[in-house]
Design a protein. Structure first.
Length: 208
């Protein structure tokens, strides 16, 4: 690790010397709403990553459900994201109560392009809104209402380099730690295999 500190970039002028100026079309791709093309991408997306912040720190949380689980308002300026059952840490929800700034990246399995949305969000517990997102009679605890400020497509290079979708096409890679492995590492005496078996049994009934 010798030399890392000496090579730390500390100014925007240094960055400008390292990176080429983005093409004009890249600078102009950002818009202030979700257009028809963005709406089609979100409708096909079963998964997004939500980034939030607060005085206590940062959070990046996965959100997933059937494709189209995120609803887009007719004018493309509002997104509605149901907050389904989780482990009740609610890190992102707590952050949003303090700081409304939010960033999202939507993914569609098999597509190397991604779609990014930034804006400001509020946490809504209105019963009628929650009912809109009920699955098998089970409502989300809250709905995240996002006022869109920036929306744009992202180039596929990262997913192409990682070969992300092909990498997972043959099932779970060997050697990747499971939740049971993590639990055993943090709580001595935990049986990782038993933990994973119990989770697999419970999970189907705890998704909504």
């Amino acid at each position: 690790m010798d030399g890392i500190e000496n090579a730390t970039v500390t100014g925007l002028d240094e960055l400008a010397a390292l990176y080429a100026r983005p093409l004009e079309r890249v600078l102009k791709k950002e818009i202030d709403h979700v257009d028809a093309t963005g709406r089609a991408f979100i409708a096909a997306s079963p998964f997004l990553v939500l980034a939030t912040s607060s005085s206590k720190g940062l959070d990046c949380s996965p959100k997933g459900d059937k494709p189209g689980f995120v609803q887009v308002a007719d004018d493309g300026r509002t997104l509605l994201i149901p907050d389904r059952r989780g482990n009740n840490r609610i890190d992102s929800i707590k952050n949003l109560v303090e700081d409304p700034r939010v960033a999202m990246i939507f993914l569609v399995p098999g597509a190397n392009e991604t779609y990014r949305v930034n804006g400001r969000a509020r946490v809504n517990a209105d019963p009628s809104l929650r009912r809109r997102f009920a699955v098998d009679g089970k409502e989300p605890t809250t709905v995240i209402v996002v006022a869109v400020e920036q929306a744009f497509q992202h180039c596929p290079k990262a997913l192409v380099r990682s070969d992300l979708w092909k990498a997972g096409s043959d099932g779970r890679p060997k050697g990747v730690p499971t939740l049971g492995d993590f639990a055993a590492a943090r709580t001595p005496g935990t049986d990782a295999a038993a933990y994973d078996a119990d989770l697999a049994r419970r999970l189907p009934n705890e998704l909504y």
